[in-house]
Design a protein around this ligand. Sequence first.
Ligand SMILES: Cc1cc2nc3c(=O)[nH]c(=O)nc-3n(C[C@H](O)[C@H](O)[C@H](O)COP(=O)(O)O)c2cc1C
Ligand code: SF4
Ligand code: FES
Length: 554
Amino acid sequence: MDLQELQTLAKREQEILSAPCIRCCTVGGCLSANALEVKKQIEVAISTQALTPPIQVRGVGCMGLCSRGPLVRLDPSGILYDQVTAESVPELVHACQETLQSNLPKELPNNTPLSLPQPSSYQPRHHPFFTLQHPIVLENSGHIDPKEIKEYMANKGYIALYQALYDMTPSEVIDQITQSGLRGRGGGGYPTGLKWSTVAKMPPGQKYVICNGDEGDPGAFMDRSVLESDPHRVLEGMAIAAYAVGANQGYIYIRGEYPLAINHLETALRQARKQGLLGSQIFESPFDFRIDIRIGAGAFVCGEETALMASIEGKRGLPHPRPPYPAESGLWGCPTLINNVETFANIAPIIRNGAEWFAGIGTDKSKGTKVFSLAGKIQNTGLIEVPMGTSLRQIVEQMGGGVLDGSAKAVQTGGPSGGCIPVHAFDTPVDYESLTRLGSIMGSGGMIVMDQATNMVDVARFFMEFCMEESCGKCVPCRAGTVQLHQLLTKICEGKARTDDLESLNQLCEMVKDTSLCGLGKSAPNPILSTLHFFKDEYLELMHNKASDDHHSS
Ligand SMILES: Cc1cc2nc3c(=O)[nH]c(=O)nc-3n(C[C@H](O)[C@H](O)[C@H](O)COP(=O)(O)O)c2cc1C
Ligand code: SF4
Ligand code: FES
């Protein structure tokens, strides 16, 4: 394929896609809420009526407000219908028809039986869940069919790869990524351009590019959603990275629990190869790059980069000490670039729109946007993408619609490696530095909102149980320390601890943090340390209850 063919194909597809269309989310949570049946019923309803203008029906990726799925959107008006059931399809199709004819949004008549979820309709630009969002990574999610490469092409797909190959040298590509200020979205926030330049500077020879799609944090589903909704974006980002660092082979490491994402990736890989956008002589240039999928068995530690590479090599997924870093000696001892799914998903827009455009979004040190999976005790849960620097209060109260019952107590960010941020700190901007100052981390994007009824010691125990079970056992501080920390927390939760146990808890946390081999053990104490810092009264209360029980029984 050359540029002209790509542009012709894209233009033809844009015309087809601009016609009236009902787009149904057919991934993730909507799929479990019967979205395929809803889509089928819509197709049946439309095929039995001679509609003017005709309406197409398409399956697309995640539209964001996953908790109210199945979601359906009427384009070009953009009106969203949520909690659509097969029973409400006739009214929905009728409302869509009227909207198209009058150009005025038509509400759904509320005659769904009360035993079923009640659908509602709204214009996203007026809905608080959407108004603060800035979709870059998610720009195509919910708009294109992830199984159709043509739909990706119609939305500027693969243009950035062409630009990189024909208008830029590898070092110019790296300069753009460096100047954009993009930092790794897998948790650590390491500068992406710096990582790329380290791999590029290694002597020519076999090099690899790996996309980390392991996503093991409880409650996180950002990467799954990106891969299900817009897989070509990740492939394009990886191909640009490979050109920049001089690699000819890539791997996507993804957990087996994500069958739909794997399926969409396989389809995308087949289509990209067929169009000459992956494989030999990409875009008829001398650049070759192949991508293969490697499926993980779902161990949290396999998301850690050295364990992940061991797993790809066919060994047990155990971490090993760094240095050497993967950029110098990674897969099979060769220089390897490893980035997260969301990091790669940012690459094509940066090349297309320029580093300055990206650097203009976000804060001084955290550029661009961040995708979060917003979960917990709030009204609106789902997938959001906000500029870095958006406050926790805006996310929880405005976008999330506040706590379901009562008021918020804290937000947990960063999963088992992160911490709990109390409500009095909700005006904090969400960026790498601010969250670290509060004893938490940005992490890969899990965000769980907790209400006043939540017991924070129990939260710490939940995450410690997770780390204890996921510890690979290679080093003693983590293998034995997580078990002891869990035992201490259980003792406290059960009201069996004494005040000096708190001191032991603190000391053990510091020891596990300082002496564990990999990030799992080093960060496992974070949920305890942050709850001890902000919610020490809850620990003390459990201890005082014990002291008063002792007093009464003596
Ligand atoms: C226990 C553990 C689990 C991790 N899981 C993931 C993961 O699921 N996805 C990911 O991208 N990074 C994960 N990381 C971070 C990776 O080791 C690595 O830093 C990251 O993939 C680099 O990509 P980035 O620079 O684009 O963030 C994990 C780290 C640790 C210590
Ligand atoms: S810190 Fe934990 S997960 Fe990491 S190597 Fe040691 S035992 Fe394994
Ligand atoms: S999965 Fe359907 S809206 Fe997110």
